[in-house]
Design a protein around this ligand. Structure first.
Ligand code: ZN
Ligand code: ZN
Length: 91
């Protein structure tokens, strides 16, 4: 099956072409060069680690209604630490 939907990069907002390298965090796609860094340790999202990453975002109003704008990213290891701390650091 060929996916024809144009995927947009959540870093630079330009489309990600069919041949371009991309990395994903859940439903967010990035060009490899636009990949986010972990908020806690600063390591960069790579394609082989993408399924361990997560993000937190803020809901923003966009043309189509509402969208989620990512505000911080967490790698697998730091996410576990963060989730443990979450109850104490709500903001
Ligand atoms: Zn990009
Ligand atoms: Zn990290």
């Amino acid at each position: 099956m060929v996916v024809t939907t144009m995927v947009g990069c959540s870093g630079c907002w330009n489309p990600i072409g069919a041949g371009a390298q991309s990395v994903w965090v859940y439903d967010l796609a990035f060009h490899e060069i636009c990949a986010p860094s972990c908020r806690a340790c600063g390591s960069r999202l790579t394609a082989d680690a993408e399924n361990r990453w997560s993000y937190q975002g803020a809901v923003v109003s966009v043309q189509a209604g509402y969208g989620l704008r990512p505000t911080e990213f967490w790698c697998g290891g730091c996410r576990e630490l963060h989730e443990r701390d979450d109850a104490f650091a709500q903001d």
